[in-house]
Design a protein around this ligand. Structure first.
Ligand SMILES: NC(=O)c1ccc[n+]([C@@H]2O[C@H](COP(=O)([O-])OP(=O)(O)OC[C@H]3O[C@@H](n4cnc5c(N)ncnc54)[C@H](OP(=O)(O)O)[C@@H]3O)[C@@H](O)[C@H]2O)c1
Length: 287
């Protein structure tokens, strides 16, 4: 099994659990030189894990990682766990286009490129699993996470359509939708918001509050790892696996009519009073 993003959080918990359950694990991180002992820790000394360099935003890196794996296994690849991901913390107007694209290129287009590279070997084998770590954010979107929510929503639509295409070849696909879990994702997220932004005070109150809530109330990443292992090992695979009570709550809220849902979102995330700036005079200043 190939598990992306194993340097910490859910990916590390998943790779470690799978190795302990007897899987041969190929974990990835962008720069394996940062943690030379990682394979040993994941594999528990039993040599069941190897680490490959993988940067999902770099097509050549994606293709190289898959070919290195196939060389090591003699062409076999049973499953891919698309776990690696990154967050954003910034209001849409404040985000440079490059920061927005980086989130989509990592979380969505990276998973697409990796699947493209992995599928031929899986299809030829006539059996396999794709497990895609999405997020309960698709059910209860938050402000200051437009790129993240867009990337996970795109992932879900792509995955559900792909599941139909690959099923005749014996490949099953599962979407794992965790609620908040205690990992480093908030520290890794790029926080964007210049001091003169009209969103600045909202950002500086909301993001630390969400981060503190995720760390205080979030689940153990081992809980997501156990669900991923179940999706890989169950005889009958479900298309969706919600992880955590907050994820189940978010799923229920998604079924509410729009106005009810939006008023719950506003109560949860706040909505500061803003004074609209006077309209700019036509033709620019002074005309
Ligand atoms: N934690 C939560 O509350 C939560 C909730 C719902 C969904 N999720 C999802 O769970 C997954 C794992 O997140 P986590 O919380 O465990 O976060 P994390 O601790 O920050 O781990 C993210 C992993 O992704 C890797 N990564 C980041 N950018 C990458 C890139 N461009 N190419 C390849 N790998 C990259 C990182 O590896 P390096 O930086 O070492 O390369 C790291 O191993 C993500 O898809 C996230 O959206 C998390």
């Amino acid at each position: 099994v190939l598990v992306t993003g194993c340097s910490g959080g859910i990916g590390l918990a998943t790779a470690t659990l799978l190795a302990a359950r007897g899987w041969r694990v190929f974990g990835t991180m962008r720069d394996p030189g940062r943690d030379p002992g990682l394979a040993g820790r994941i594999g528990g000394g039993a040599g069941r894990a190897e680490i490959l360099a993988l940067d999902l935003t770099d097509g050549a890196s994606v293709r190289t990682a898959v070919s290195q794996l196939l060389v090591a296994t003699g062409g076999e690849l049973y499953a891919v766990v698309h776990n690696a991901g990154t967050g954003d913390a910034g209001f849409f107007e404040d985000m440079p286009d490059a920061a927005f694209r980086r989130v989509l290129e990592t979380n969505f287009l990276g998973a697409v490129a990796l699947t493209r590279a992995a599928l031929p070997a899986m299809r030829r084998a006539g059996a396999g699993r794709l497990v895609i770590v999405s997020s309960a954010a698709v059910f209860f979107p938050a402000p200051a996470q437009t790129a993240y929510t867009a990337s996970k929503t795109a992932l879900e639509g792509w995955a559900e359509s792909l599941a139909l295409e690959v099923a005749p070849f014996g490949i099953r696909l599962a979407l794992v939708e965790p609620g908040a879990h205690r990992t480093g994702i908030w520290d890794a997220a790029e926080i964007t918001g210049p001091a003169d932004s009209p969103y600045h005070s909202w950002l500086t109150s909301l993001v630390p509050r969400m981060r503190a809530l995720a760390l205080r109330r979030g689940g153990d990443p081992a809980r997501v790892a156990a669900v991923i292992a179940a999706a890989l090992e169950a005889r009958r695979v479900r298309l969706r696996y919600l992880v955590g009570p907050d994820a189940r709550g978010a799923r229920l809220l998604a079924a509410l009519p729009g106005p009810a849902r939006q008023s719950i979102q506003r109560a949860f995330y706040g909505r500061p009073a803003v004074t609209a700036a006077p309209p700019a005079p036509p033709g620019g200043a002074g005309s």
